[in-house]
Design a protein around this ligand. Structure first.
Ligand SMILES: [Ca+2]
Ligand SMILES: [Ca+2]
Length: 139
């Protein structure tokens, strides 16, 4: 894996439910290569703070406030924003895509905040690895 092409973004917030955030890939992706994309976020829990000190102490518990539903897509911008691959679990806190790039061209990654279960702002982490086209060499 070439580290030059590994990108990581930490905690850009979605503004509200049904929000979409697009990350346009700067370089063309090579047809026949594979794209690996992973999105992760936390389940929202609240501390049952028995002594009111706003810190966890032994014997205290957490209440599960549920999991907001985020999905990811790999989209071809050359093909009028056609979805190439998607990861759209309704229950998990991770979405992962590993799929072939159908043809050399421009692509973007879309995060879709599909369903709000707790807070409207949902931090997440997105990482991806792709194989851009080799640079054109002119002699
Ligand atoms: Ca406490
Ligand atoms: Ca999902």
């Amino acid at each position: 894996m070439d580290e030059r092409f590994k990108r990581l973004f930490i905690n850009p917030p979605c503004r509200s439910a049904s929000a979409r955030v697009d990350y346009k890939l700067e370089q063309l992706l090579q047809g026949g290569s594979f794209a690996s994309i992973t999105l992760a976020w936390d389940r929202h829990v609240e501390l049952n703070d028995l002594d009111g000190d706003k810190q966890y102490d032994i014997g205290e518990t957490f209440s599960d406030r549920g999991l907001n539903n985020l999905d990811i897509y790999l989209i071809s911008t050359d093909r009028n924003n056609e979805t190439v691959c998607s990861s759209v679990s309704e229950v998990d806190s991770v979405e992962h895509i590993f799929c072939p790039v159908p043809e050399t061209g421009s692509y973007k990654i879309r995060i879709h905040y599909r369903q709000q279960v707790n807070e409207s702002v949902q931090p997440y982490i997105l990482a991806w690895w792709t194989l851009p086209t080799p640079p054109l060499i002119i002699n």
